[in-house]
Design a protein around this ligand. Structure first.
Ligand code: AHM
Ligand code: MG
Length: 332
């Protein structure tokens, strides 16, 4: 029988992917693993906290002010990353400016500590997304904007945690994508999805179709294409939209499909953030045989200009992303 591998063992096995990192990078991943476990436990108690012990914003039984879960998640990830001393700075969806950590650290982390947080109150899956870069400014000195405004192609690693019917951590270091399921009984992540790849015949499309008439002609054409009856090409496709990026992406990675958050007339750059939502999932998608685009260009080649920059987003099976691009190029 093949032996079960824990995330901790896997990280050590793969340490040789980063020659010269002397285990620093592994310590960083371990920090993410730890914070994920803490957040996972808290997410599972979310209903208790808000409905039984008292709503966020009020005091809890001990008289401590309760934090909203997304603020709590942000604090936990920052605390865990800062404790390992290898991270020099963090950009988070929860903080307007980047947070300097340790000038001696070599790594930058961009993260969305709890994405889809509007789903917390209704018991729908939510997630954490993270992206790791090597700093470009000299180690030992102050950080600069350029450390954070790196193209997605410069990512050393990226991943997400899904807090769903089980908690999973999925990540890549540019050498394939591996998924680990948390076993709460023994408190460890176990390798459950080695070498994840999009299946070839993806037929799910995921978009907030309430935005249909606000979208460009090209996006509308793609949706009509997805809905057209054509048994030869396996159409119509299936619409699935949770409204929680990590959950929608994770399902499409396993079952095959495309996730879209295009520009609309009221949000010309779409809704999602390049640094800590789009780039990390683009890296995973490409490593899993898929692709990610803003409708015209490869996401990971976009030159970021702002920490919280938004971009239109199309990610998933390459054939579907190509088709969406083609509809946009033809129809605008
Ligand atoms: P958030 O970072 O404020 O949680 O917003 C991101 C979320 C994604 O998880 C999800 O895909 C998208 O917003 C849903 O947006 P909409 O409700 O407009 O469909
Ligand atoms: Mg988010």
């Amino acid at each position: 029988m093949e032996q079960v591998k824990t995330l901790g063992e896997f990280i050590i096995d793969r340490q040789q992917d980063f020659p010269g990192s002397s285990g620093e990078f592994s310590r960083l991943l371990s920090a993410i693993r730890l914070a994920s476990k803490i957040v996972s436990q808290q997410v599972n108690k979310a209903g208790l906290l808000s409905h039984i012990v008292g709503a966020a914003g009020s005091d809890n039984i001990q008289g401590e002010a309760q934090q909203k879960l997304d603020v709590y998640a942000n604090d936990q990830f920052i605390k865990a990353l800062a404790a390992r001393k290898v991270v020099c700075g963090i950009a988070s969806e929860e903080n307007d400016a980047y947070i300097p950590i340790n000038e001696e650290g070599s790594y930058i982390v961009a993260m969305d500590p709890l994405d889809g947080s509007s789903n917390i109150d209704v018991n729908v899956s939510i997630g954490t997304i993270f992206s790791i870069y090597r700093r470009v400014s000299p180690v030992g000195g102050p950080l600069s904007d350029a450390d954070f405004l790196q193209k997605g192609t410069e990512q050393l690693a990226a991943g997400y945690v899904i807090y769903g019917s089980s908690t999973m951590l999925v990540y890549t270091t540019g050498n394939g994508v591996n998924g680990f399921t948390f076993d709460p009984g023994i408190g460890v992540f176990l390798l459950s999805h080695p070498n994840m790849q999009f299946p070839n015949n993806g037929k799910i499309y995921s978009m907030n179709e309430g935005n249909f008439y606000r979208s460009s002609k090209g996006v509308q054409e793609f949706i009509k294409y997805a809905q057209t009856v054509d048994p030869e090409t396996n159409r119509p496709y299936t619409a699935r939209y949770i409204g929680s990026l990590v959950a929608d992406f994770h399902r499409n990675l396993i079952k095959g499909g495309i996730y879209m958050y295009p520009s609309t007339d009221t949000a010309p750059n779409g809704k999602l953030r390049l640094l800590y939502e789009c780039n990390p999932l683009a890296f995973i998608a490409e490593q899993a045989g898929g692709s990610a685009s803003d409708g015209k260009n490869r996401i990971m080649e976009i030159d970021p200009t702002d920490l919280h920059q938004r971009v239109p987003y199309f990610v998933g099976n390459s054939a579907l992303v190509d088709k969406a691009e083609q509809c946009i190029k033809t129809n605008g």
